[in-house]
Design a protein around this ligand. Structure first.
Ligand code: AMP
Length: 277
């Protein structure tokens, strides 16, 4: 596995690859969720490029940028063991040199859910992903369903800006008790970690209701809120039952639907979602 940081060396390594290239963008501190994306890319592409970049422009002023967990040695060993060809890990100065002033804004899709709670977040995400695409020029790029709105935003950006690549969205990888894997789970105390299964329990309860025939979206939201409120350590930020493509809140569930939520445990904010239909 080659490791690069500067853009010219990254481009020249990329140009040496013959055949198809899969890109897996990450912020590092890798877990099985990230590795599932790498494994899928390995199966589908001749070469795999992974990136590790904790992108400052997608963090709000009061968010966890400075204490975001990092372990480059462990991450690079894991990626090498999976057969990744190139690990590109740029610095913030490389991605945003002095004078930087160009941004990608995906409009309606970023107004609600995470976008409403984290102003500017998706502007940072779309911009950095566009830059990763331009440098690596992958044939396929792999994202997790765990970050459902992010996946929708990237799909929209690729369509709108005519990036010549395919976006692949991979299923959420969970711990045995249902908690979605996340780099941020390390922030949880033992009590919070035990309580954090409430996201999965709330989503499962709403899914059960849906499978029993309930199509009133407010009833599904109420079910999720009810389960979340049974857990004293969980502070709900939002629950949503929205159209899968537009992410607009629904009155009646008809087609493909996204159940999603954001919940605080102390200072740690977790998100999770299920897709219905
Ligand atoms: P991050 O390092 O949090 O930016 O995540 C990098 C990529 O891994 C994103 O496309 C995430 O959606 C994806 N990802 C994160 N957690 C999971 C998970 N539990 N299952 C599947 N994909 C995930």
């Amino acid at each position: 596995m080659q490791i690069s940081s500067l853009i010219p060396e990254t481009k020249s390594i990329r140009l040496s690859f013959k055949g198809t290239v899969g890109l897996v963008p990450t912020m590092g501190y890798l877990h099985e969720g990230h590795l599932s994306l790498v494994q899928k890319a390995k199966r589908e592409c001749d070469h795999v490029v992974a990136t590790i970049f904790v992108n400052p422009t997608q963090f709000g002023a009061n968010e966890d940028l400075s204490k975001y967990p990092r372990d480059f040695k462990r991450d690079s060993d894991l990626l090498e063991s999976l057969g990744v060809d190139l690990l590109w890990s740029p610095t913030a100065e490389i991605m945003y040199p002095p004078g930087y002033q160009t941004w990608v804004e995906v409009e309606a899709l970023t107004k609600g859910l995470e976008g409403a709670m984290r102003p500017g977040h998706f502007r940072g995400v779309a911009t950095v992903v566009a830059k990763l695409f331009n440098v690596i020029q992958p044939d396929k790029a792999y994202f997790g369903q765990k970050d459902a709105q992010q996946a929708a935003v990237i799909r929209r950006m690729v369509k709108d800006l005519n990036f010549p690549l395919e976006v692949i969205v991979c299923p959420t990888v969970r711990e045995a008790d249902g908690l979605a894997m996340s780099s941020r789970n390390v922030y949880l105390s033992a009590e919070e970690r035990a309580a954090a299964t409430v996201l999965y329990r709330a989503l499962s309860a709403a899914k059960d209701l849906y499978e029993a025939g309930e199509r009133n979206a407010e009833k599904l939201r109420e079910r999720m809120k009810g389960v979340l409120s049974s857990e004293p350590l969980a502070q709900m930020q939002y629950v949503s039952c929205a159209d899968y493509d537009s992410l607009e809140e629904l009155d009646v569930v008809i087609g493909k639907t996204l159940l999603s939520m954001a919940v605080f445990f102390g200072k740690t904010r977790l998100i999770d979602n299920f897709v219905l239909g």
